[in-house]
Design a protein around this ligand. Structure first.
Ligand SMILES: Cc1cc2nc3c(=O)[nH]c(=O)nc-3n(C[C@H](O)[C@H](O)[C@H](O)COP(=O)(O)OP(=O)(O)OC[C@H]3O[C@@H](n4cnc5c(N)ncnc54)[C@H](O)[C@@H]3O)c2cc1C
Ligand code: SF4
Ligand code: SF4
Length: 393
C-alpha cells in the first residue's frame, strides 16, 4: 500500500497535486483526489496541496522516526587490507558536513581482522568506527555485506550514509538502500547541507552531464549517496585523534547465498587510471583493435596509463576498466592525451579536470579541441609515431 494518503474531508478537488505528480499517480474523480499504484512515494505532491490534504502515512518508517537518526556515516571500503582512497575523500567531505550539522562522523568497517584499518580511520578524524569482524566478511560476498550493513544502519541510525562510487560501492549500496527502503543518489560530485532544512544536498550530473541535479531525501533515512572517486579532496590526518572503536559483535553474519569461486584480477587492472599522473587514451579514431598497441606504446613511453573512450570499450577492443567518462572512471592526471577522441560531453565529464589536455584529432572542429590546452590537428597514425620518435630521442 502506498505511504501517501489523501485526507478525503480536506480535499476540495482543486487538482494542484495532479499537475505536480511526475508519475501520473493521482486520479481526480468527483472532486476528490486518490492515489493509484503508480505512486513511488516521491513526496512531491505533499507540499503542493494548499489544503494539507496529502500526508505520508507513518508505516513507511515503521517504528523509527526521522528525528531518531543522527550523524554522518561513511562506508569504509577496503580490499586486501588496504583502505580504498575514496574513503579518505568521503571523510574529507564529511568533515565539512559535520561543521554544518554539528554532528559526529561514524564509519562502518566490516571484514576479517580489520582492526588496523579501524585505527587508520580514527587518524582521519572519524569519531566512532562501528566495526564487525568475522571471517564470513572476508571475501567480497555482496549479499552478506549488504545484510550486515543494513542491520548496522537500522541499529545505529545515522541520518546520512555515504559510500564510494566505486565498482564495489555501486553494487553494494543500492542493495542496502532497497533493504532500508530509502533513496540513493549515485555518483555525487558535490555534497553539502541545506542551511534551512539541514537536509543533505546531493548533487550529480544529469541528462548526459548537461545539467547538475540536486536531490534531497526528505522523507526517508538514512539519506544515502555514493561519491564519485577523485572529485572530492582527501581528508588530512588530524593532529590528535580522539575517536573510538565500537565492536558490533552481536550483529549476525548470515550464510552467503553467493559463492565466490575465484577472484580473477584483470591483468590491465594493475594500471590504476584513477591514480595515474599521465594518461594516454584511445578513441574510435584508432579504427581497429590492433591499433590499440600504438596508443599503448605512447602510454608506456611516458610511463603513463592507458585510457579509452566508451566507443572503444563498447566495440570490445579494450576492457571496461580503461573507460574514462561519465559511466567510466573520473581522472585528473597532470597530462591527458586524447588520441582520436571526438570529445563527447560524457567523455569530457571524466577527464576535463586534467591539468593539461593534449588532443590529437584529424577533424579541426572536433569538440575535444574546446577543452584542449594543446591541439594537434592531424592523423594519429602519423602523429603518434612522430611523438614516439621524439620521446625516444
Ligand atoms: C549515458 C551515456 C553515457 C556515456 N558514457 C561515456 C563515457 O563514460 N565515456 C565515453 O568516452 N563516452 C561515453 N558515452 C558515449 C559518448 O557519447 C560518445 O559516443 C563517445 O565518447 C565517442 O567516443 P569517441 O570519441 O572515441 O568516438 P567518435 O565520437 O566516433 O570520435 C572519433 C574521433 O576520432 C577522430 N579520428 C578518426 N580517425 C582519426 C585519425 N586517423 N587520426 C586522428 N583522429 C581521427 C574523428 O575525427 C572523431 O573526432 C556515453 C554516452 C551516453 C549516452
Ligand atoms: S508521492 Fe509522488 S508519485 Fe506519489 S502521488 Fe505524490 S507526487 Fe505522485
Ligand atoms: S491539491 Fe489537495 S485539495 Fe487539491 S486535489 Fe490534491 S489533495 Fe485535493
Amino acid at each position: 500500500m502506498s505511504g501517501i494518503q489523501i485526507i478525503d474531508h480536506k480535499c476540495i478537488g482543486c487538482g494542484a497535486c495532479v499537475e505536480v505528480c511526475p508519475y501520473d499517480a493521482i486520479d481526480l474523480e468527483d472532486k476528490l483526489a486518490s492515489i493509484n499504484d503508480k505512486c513511488t512515494i516521491c513526496g512531491a505532491c505533499i507540499e503542493s496541496c494548499p489544503f494539507d490534504a496529502i500526508i505520508l502515512s507513518k508505516e513507511t518508517f515503521g517504528a523509527a522516526k526521522i528525528e531518531d537518526y543522527s550523524g554522518i556515516c561513511v562506508y569504509a571500503e577496503h580490499r586486501e587490507g588496504v583502505m580504498s582512497s575514496v574513503v579518505k575523500e568521503i571523510i574529507g567531505v564529511s568533515r565539512k558536513l559535520k561543521e554544518a550539522l554539528d554532528k559526529p562522523i561514524y564509519a562502518i568497517l566490516l571484514g576479517d581482522k580489520v582492526k588496523p584499518l579501524a585505527e587508520e580511520l580514527l587518524e582521519y578524524g572519524v569519531d566512532e568506527v562501528w566495526m564487525r569482524e568475522d571471517p564470513g566478511l572476508g571475501d567480497f560476498a555482496e549479499d552478506v555485506l549488504a545484510e550486515v550493513l543494513a542491520d548496522v544502519l537500522r541499529e545505529m541510525k545515522p541520518e546520512i550514509f555515504l559510500g564510494g562510487g566505486t565498482i564495489m560501492g555501486r553494487s553494494l549500496l543500492p542493495r542496502v538502500a532497497v533493504k532500508l527502503k530509502t533513496g540513493l543518489t549515485a555518483d555525487c560530485t558535490e555534497l553539502n547541507i541545506d542551511d534551512e532544512t539541514k537536509l543533505l544536498r546531493q548533487t550529480r550530473p544529469a541528462f548526459g552531464g548537461n545539467i547538475m541535479a540536486t536531490i534531497l531525501t526528505k522523507m526517508h533515512r538514512p539519506q544515502m549517496a555514493t561519491v564519485r572517486h577523485k572529485v572530492m579532496k582527501e581528508a588530512e590526518k588530524v593532529a590528535d585523534p580522539t575517536g573510538k572503536i565500537i565492536n558490533l559483535d552481536h550483529i549476525n553474519v548470515p550464510e552467503p547465498q553467493i559463492e565466490v569461486l575465484e577472484f580473477v584480477k584483470e591483468e590491465t587492472e594493475t594500471v590504476n587510471l584513477a591514480e595515474a599522473d599521465f594518461i594516454v587514451s584511445a578513441g574510435r579514431g584508432i579504427q581497429d583493435p590492433k591499433n590499440i598497441g600504438l596508443v599503448a606504446k605512447l602510454a608506456k613511453a611516458v610511463d603513463g596509463a592507458l585510457g579509452a573512450s566508451r566507443a572503444v570499450v563498447d566495440a570490445g577492443w579494450i576492457p571496461y576498466s580503461h573507460q574514462v567518462g561519465q559511466t567510466g572512471k573520473t581522472v585528473n592526471p597532470t597530462i591527458y592525451i586524447a588520441c582520436g577522441i571526438s570529445g563527447a560531453i560524457q567523455h569530457l565529464a571524466g577527464m576535463k579536470s586534467s591539468d593539461i589536455i593534449i588532443a590529437i584529432n584529424r577533424d579541426q572542429d572536433a569538440p575535444i579541441f574546446d577543452v584542449a590546452d594543446y591541439g594537434i590537428v592531424g592523423d594519429l597514425f602519423e602523429v603518434i609515431p612522430e611523438m614516439l620518435k621524439q620521446i625516444g630521442e
